[in-house]
Design a protein around this ligand. Structure first.
Ligand SMILES: [Zn+2]
Length: 300
């Protein structure tokens, strides 16, 4: 019996693995010329930001490990120089999955202190009941910072700033000051309800504070590379911020009225917004469950 169980389990693993592979082989990396040597790559997982120029290649986030070869091929079309730095906007596997491959190639991986801390040990994402194994040494950031770190690279001043307890407790946003581009990491899901990782100490108020800070730093010409979704701009980020405030206030009011999560789901409190924002990564119900947990934690 056990023997058959083992057989069927390994068969299932092989089937699942080959399905994943098939899917990944279909994924294309799209390169978007953002501005002045700054590019955005879209594939699967978090959006990649690139600065290319005379000093080399500077990359923000690296999606999933099986995509590394495709990402390298896409980079080689816009620069023949070596990849020198990889910045991780946060620890989630859809932003750091390529670290091992790029680390082996000699890129210097840089992040906030908490990104390295979380990647160094087994992690857990409560919202998806998902355990993440500790990353191998070569995949870990070798330079970490607490508040900010600056790079002077490709005639660009690149400012990497920690944002407190927003999507996680280790988020960074990156300003390319000469090119007027900002990469927001997962502070900004363009066009979708955002994921807030409460098991990594994320908070809705932290996200709103961070978005307001980004808005205070940008102008109508700024190009915004969001963590997920299409290349964006200030107008769209304002609409996202306004939506976040509505979502937070509604959930706070419902919790204060003593409503349970099941009652809240049944009420469809965001029916007016679900059509626009609820068709991405998180459906309306999953988002309500996540937000309920996050706001309850905040109100404690
Ligand atoms: Zn994330």
């Amino acid at each position: 019996m056990n023997y058959f169980k083992k057989i069927s389990l390994s068969a299932l693993i092989i089937v699942t693995a080959s399905l994943l592979q098939a899917k990944e082989s279909e994924i294309k990396i799209t390169t978007i010329n953002v501005n002045n040597g700054v590019y955005m790559l879209m594939g699967q997982g978090g959006n990649i930001g690139l600065s290319v120029g005379e000093d080399g290649v500077f990359m923000i986030d690296d999606q999933f490990a099986p995509l590394s070869a495709k990402i390298k091929a896409a980079i080689s079309k816009i620069s023949k120089k070596p990849l020198k730095f990889v910045i991780n906007t946060h620890w989630h596997f859809d932003h750091t999955g390529g670290n091992e491959n790029f680390g082996k190639d000699g890129a210097i991986i840089v992040s906030h202190n908490n990104v390295r801390k979380r990647m160094s040990k087994e992690g857990f994402i409560k919202a998806f009941n998902k355990t993440i194994p500790a990353a191998p040494k070569v995949a870990l950031p070798i330079i970490t910072f607490n508040d900010e770190i600056n790079f002077y690279f490709n005639n660009e001043e690149i400012e990497v700033l920690h944002q407190k307890n927003a999507h996680t407790d280790g988020d960074s946003i990156i300003f390319f000051k000469s090119s007027n581009v900002v990469h927001t990491g997962d502070i900004y899901f363009n066009g979708f309800y955002p994921f807030i990782d409460s098991s990594s100490q994320g908070s809705m108020n932290g996200i709103i504070t961070s978005v307001n800070y980004i808005l205070s730093r940008i102008n109508d010409k700024t190009k915004i590379i969001p963590g997920h979704g299409k290349l964006s701009n200030k107008k769209e980020l304002i609409s996202y911020r306004d939506t976040l405030i509505i979502l937070r206030d509604r959930m706070q009011a419902l919790i204060k009225e003593g409503k349970s999560i099941d009652e809240i789901i049944a009420m469809k409190p965001n029916a007016d917004l679900d059509e626009t924002w609820g068709k991405g990564f998180l459906n309306p119900e999953t988002f309500l469950k996540i937000l309920y947990g996050v706001i309850k934690d905040n109100m404690k």
